[in-house]
Design a protein around this ligand. Sequence first.
Ligand SMILES: C[S@@+](CC[C@H](N)C(=O)[O-])C[C@H]1O[C@@H](n2cnc3c(N)ncnc32)[C@H](O)[C@@H]1O
Ligand code: SF4
Length: 354
Amino acid sequence: MFKDIQKEEVMMHDDILEHTSQDDTRTLIRDKKVQMWGKENELSVEAEYPKTIMFEVTNACNLACKMCYHKDMKRKVGFMTEELYRKVITEAKELGIENVALYTTGEAFIHPKIFEFITIAKEAGMKYVYITTNGQLLNEDKIMKLLNSGLDSIKFSIDSGAKESYEFIRVNAKWDTLVKNMQLLRKLRDERKAKLGIFASFVIMKENYDDLLNYNNVFGKLVDQTLFNIVSNQGSQVDDSSLPPEIDSKLEDIRLPKEKWKPCNLLWNRFIVNYDGTLTVCCVDFEAKLTYGDLNTSTLKECWNNDKLKSLRKIHLEKNFGMLPMCHDCDRIKMDTELRKSLLSEVLRLNNLS
Ligand SMILES: C[S@@+](CC[C@H](N)C(=O)[O-])C[C@H]1O[C@@H](n2cnc3c(N)ncnc32)[C@H](O)[C@@H]1O
Ligand code: SF4
């Protein structure tokens, strides 16, 4: 059953993985006009409406993962209201948006209405609704709710293949809880022949590099597919001390000279809505530094080509990245993506994962 739908679903989640891990080659292929950095010359300051919207349903998180900026976030923690969410979903549907991601900077399952939010998006006719999660807050009751909610896929951020490294990297998380939840979800999904896709992500860093060899023995049978990537600086916000030496030593070769850095496709291919209704161009904008609109006082349609967003796109097109917080040194824009992809493939091949 999953063979038929898997490719598209993996693409969806892959696209989102790349916001933190910069693999543009897997960017959402459905957004034909604005998708790939390789088609930079087709981009202009005005853009067609995108097919994807991401919601920061909350910026609260239950963990303090080593590689993630969240633990340093100074922005006030908050939760999106159902009223705002419904308004934005209605506008999104009118604009032809099809894909809804219910997470950006925080942990979606902390939101008390997360299951209602999934159902609201599906009832509005959204084609693809998906969540990335640390998986720690699920239990049998919530797993049943998930299976009944209409969610199209869930991706577990695992980033390890053993209890010790998992609990070291994902501070406050319990390995046994993750494995138990994933086992139960897989069992119940298969028994009920539910259509939910189950994916995982593994962000490679020095603390988990040695887990790669054993990863599939533990998680291979629990997920439809795992997406591997290399740890990033999350929009210039975290340092690169987590890079494994096996990768770090080769990264210099795949960094582009400054004049060849690429505009970031996130400014063209999605809406990203913060919990308070402000719009940002980046889904790891933990401090809301790159905002360009407010959906409490305006609509998605009014904001998409507003002066602020057009000026941000112009800065990217003119490669004046130094003018912007986060973008000025972001991994997403400064790597040769083909070489980066080859490096990742080589790492996976060496670890029997390709
Ligand atoms: C910011 S988290 C938010 C969703 C949820 N809390 C989770 O952990 O899945 C989204 C994704 O970012 C990844 N991530 C966090 N820090 C990263 C970094 N420095 N480089 C690459 N990916 C990172 C996580 O592994 C996770 O898959
Ligand atoms: S990676 Fe996810 S779970 Fe970990 S601290 Fe960041 S937001 Fe929280």
